[in-house]
Design a protein around this ligand. Structure first.
Ligand SMILES: *Cc1c(COP(=O)(O)O)cnc(C)c1O
Length: 347
């Protein structure tokens, strides 16, 4: 067996050992006939939906002949992508280097290193891409480039991608075809897969994208412009970008909602108090959007189901999003949004 065949086999074996992620039904108070489901992507071996992306990107690069025995793999990521890619790099036995800002949380660095990855630091996030390109050149390595390739590395027609998995898990529910699937965008890869699958199968499901405060995706979708930029990063880890990344496909998206960061945190708290589930902040953004959609359906006396995602676990953010002092200082007051949720769901 050649090295590439062996590497692909190892990745497939990992998939085989993994169970599908749960689709959790949330009992919404005061929303008769509207069913909310959470696809729990925090249960992948590397703890987030980036496990799917990393697997897809490695298979894509291997099948394209970009990663050979000993090829160093480089990625620009300070987040979950670096962690998941480090895991797969070690699995197939290639070096992995994540380019990240020097300010990256110690815990994230430790996680990448625990999978045998190295971290290469730059002063500021805007330097990450160029540094990754240069590092790949100097080391005869391969730059994975998640923000470019995420949308095309995943098999959008099926192969148990996240969309196919959701629809299969929904098949015995009262409303098996969701009225809406709500998702946020980082690379935009997950939303591209969801949207393409919905169209390909002809499902009557609206793809709703939620966008945090400091991100250009919402305006890019609204105006069709791809040259928009802003000069600060998103406060909601994993989602929102200061530029329109190549992987973001706005034409696939049916509807977008801009979500205040404080509303995302309020939704996180609400989820924890209702279900005991402690999730990452992007899950709060997703949930806020899903609840807006539910309220709309209620006011129109519609019935149906809504699906959204738990993108990663709150265990990664005990010092930040799950620490009230940190939230107060870094996000601001969340009381208004908590009151809105209470009146929507309990009033
Ligand atoms: C990457 C990420 C997202 C967004 O997923 P994309 O497929 O990249 O758009 C949402 N939440 C978290 C925590 C992420 O890491």
């Amino acid at each position: 067996m050649s090295w590439i065949e062996e590497a692909i086999r190892k990745i497939q074996a990992d998939t085989q050992r993994s169970a599908d992620t749960h689709l959790i039904k949330v009992e919404l108070p005061n929303m008769t006939g509207i069913d909310l489901y959470l696809k729990d992507e925090s249960t992948h071996p590397t703890g987030s939906l980036k496990h799917r992306l990393a697997r897809s990107l490695f298979l894509y690069a291997l099948c394209n002949g970009h990663i050979l025995e000993g090829t160093p793999v480089i990625e620009a990521s300070s987040g979950s992508t670096a962690v998941s890619e480090a895991y797969f790099a070690r699995m197939i036995g290639v070096p992995f280097i994540a380019v990240m800002p020097a300010s990256t949380a110690r815990a994230k660095i430790a996680q990448v290193e625990s999978y045998g990855g190295q971290c290469h630091f730059v002063d500021c996030p805007t330097q990450m891409h160029a540094a990754a390109v240069q590092l790949a050149q100097e080391s005869a390595g391969y730059f994975m480039d998640q923000f470019r390739y995420a949308e095309r590395a995943t098999d959008w027609r099926g192969n148990n991608n996240i969309a196919e998995s959701i629809y299969r898990q929904m098949s015995h529910e009262p409303h098996p075809v969701p009225a809406a699937i709500v998702m946020s965008a980082g690379t935009g890869g997950t939303s591209a897969t969801l949207g393409r699958y919905i169209r390909y199968k002809g499902f009557n499901t609206q793809l709703v994208l939620v966008d945090p405060e400091h991100s250009v995706f919402y305006d890019a979708w609204r105006t069709g412009r791809r040259d928009l930029t802003i000069d600060r990063g998103s406060r909601i880890e994993g989602i929102g970008r200061p530029q329109v990344e190549e992987s973001f496909q706005p034409q696939i998206v049916d509807h977008m909602i801009k979500v205040p960061d404080a509303a995302s945190i309020a939704a996180l708290r609400w989820l924890e108090s209702l279900t005991g589930i402690r999730a990452g902040a992007s899950t709060g953004t997703n949930l806020w959007g899903a609840l807006q959609r539910a309220a709309e359906m209620k006011s129109k006396q519609e019935r149906g189901s809504i699906v959204t995602l738990i993108c990663d676990s709150g265990a990664r953010y005990l010092d930040s999003y799950h620490n009230p002092e940190w939230v107060e200082q870094n996000i601001g007051d969340i009381d208004d949004y908590q009151t809105q949720l209470i009146s929507m769901l309990e009033g």
